[in-house]
Design a binder for this molecule. Structure first.
Ligand code: GLN
Length: 401
């Protein structure tokens, strides 16, 4: 994410007459549009395979489709309760207890939102006072920059260690009296890092020490490899009341377009999140909330199957990228490979444009995951059919420079 150079004051019309835009700066001036979504548009314009934006090109489970159709047929077409249909909150509370080891009261501690994107924004607006510092480990999912800007937070970007783990010294230095929160994403987008219990405990101690809140984006919680276990920050000792856990149905059930996510937090924080959420969106789509209840009914084998599918896909893309000359590691979780493109002698944006226009594969420039830097990286998603990945790898073999 790059902060746009302000265009304020440049829109002069007529004889020195200033337009509305010249005299009314906006919080929207401080950040650019999403590079991820921009790359999707570039992919469409060039008929390139879109390995930029992380969404599947395969179908969601049939049970979800049937449940969504049934919900519409059965007239679940008016507003749900603003913070989420009761049966969905009840089902979520049960699932989070067994899978994440956390207890949340569905009546007071769960808010269903329009995707994890809204959950994050509503959470930030609920806890931030303008000027508060928010720690953002870097590289980071690009939304967190604008989330901080919109909520009035001062983002404090803290580099991760070279292996993308927590750099303890850098974290200790970054936490200050002004720190209101840290935004942590595990499994991580774009790096694929799955933070260990020990790393999370280190952050938890800092949060407790400095009276800060952990906002943890756990949207890829079911996509982990090689026997790793996802650990929820909110399940650690002393963290229940100071963690906002953000989740979603998008990635786990391959329904990114449904826009159903959630925020889990203790009652005091949740009452604030709910107020913000109510005025932002009123509520998530009611029939799709019913379909999400059906999603939570899927057997355990569904989750194992999902991770196994993505394990195969990550290996297809990894082998293709290696063969094409990219430096990269197999990710520990999530569905991205964060490559090093130093060997190609082109900067990320230029290289991404070349790949989309001439090679027919779209990726995300690395700099969109850094406040500063990242020009030596590109991110590719493998959330695609095997055949899509195989064709993308074939095309990457045509890189000619
Ligand atoms: N989370 C996905 C990604 O990183 C999709 C982003 C988006 O467009 N909402 O690509």
């Amino acid at each position: 994410m790059k902060h746009a150079k302000s265009g304020i004051g440049k829109h002069i019309t007529g004889a020195g007459k200033k337009t509305f835009f010249a005299v009314h700066p906006s919080r929207a001036d401080s950040f650019t549009e999403s590079v991820i979504r921009e790359m999707t548009r570039l992919a469409l314009a060039n008929k390139a395979i879109n390995l930029a934006q992380g969404f599947p090109d395969f179908a969601c489970p049939p049970e979800l489709k049937t449940a969504a159709i049934d919900a519409i047929s059965n007239d679940h077409n008016q507003y749900a309760i603003t913070w989420g249909s009761k049966n969905l909150r009840d089902a979520l509370a049960a699932r989070v207890k067994t899978f994440n080891g956390m207890d949340f009261d569905p009546e007071a501690e769960i808010t269903v939102t329009c995707g994890s994107t809204e959950a994050m924004m509503a959470s930030m607006l609920a806890i931030i006072q303008p000027g508060d510092e928010v720690i953002v480990p870097e590289p980071f999912y690009e939304n967190y920059g604008p989330d901080a800007q919109i909520s009035g937070a001062v983002p404090r970007y803290v580099p991760l260690a070279p292996d993308f783990g927590i750099d303890e010294e850098a974290m200790k230095t970054a936490f200050s009296k002004k720190t209101r929160a840290i935004i942590l994403n595990t499994p991580n987008n774009p790096t694929g890092k799955v933070f260990t219990r020990k790393e999370l405990a280190f952050i938890a101690d800092l949060c407790i020490d400095r009276n800060a809140i952990a906002i943890t984006d756990e949207i890829y919680e079911h996509i982990v490899y090689d026997g790793r276990k996802h650990v929820s920050m909110g399940s650690l000792d002393g963290m229940h009341d100071r963690t906002i856990t953000i989740g979603s149905f998008s990635k786990t059930y391959s329904v990114t377009g449904w826009r159903v996510g959630y925020a889990l937090a203790d009652a005091a924080i949740t009452s604030r999140i709910r107020k913000i959420h109510d005025f932002l969106t009123v509520g998530a789509p009611a029939p799709l909330q019913q379909a999400c209840v059906a999603a939570l009914d899927l057997p355990e084998s569904y989750y194992h199957g999902l991770a196994a599918e993505y394990d195969r896909k990550r290996k297809i893309l990894y082998n293709g990228l290696k063969k094409a000359g990219f430096a990269c590691e197999l990710p520990e979780g999530a569905y991205y490979i964060f490559t090093d493109i130093s060997g190609f002698g082109m900067k990320d944006r230029e290289f991404a444009r070349y790949l989309a226009e001439k090679v027919g594969v779209a990726a995300v420039p690395g700099s969109s995951f850094y406040s500063n830097g990242g020009e030596n990286r590109l991110r590719f998603t493998f959330s695609k059919k095997d055949e899509t990945l195989v064709e993308a790898c074939r095309r990457l073999g045509n890189i000619d420079m």
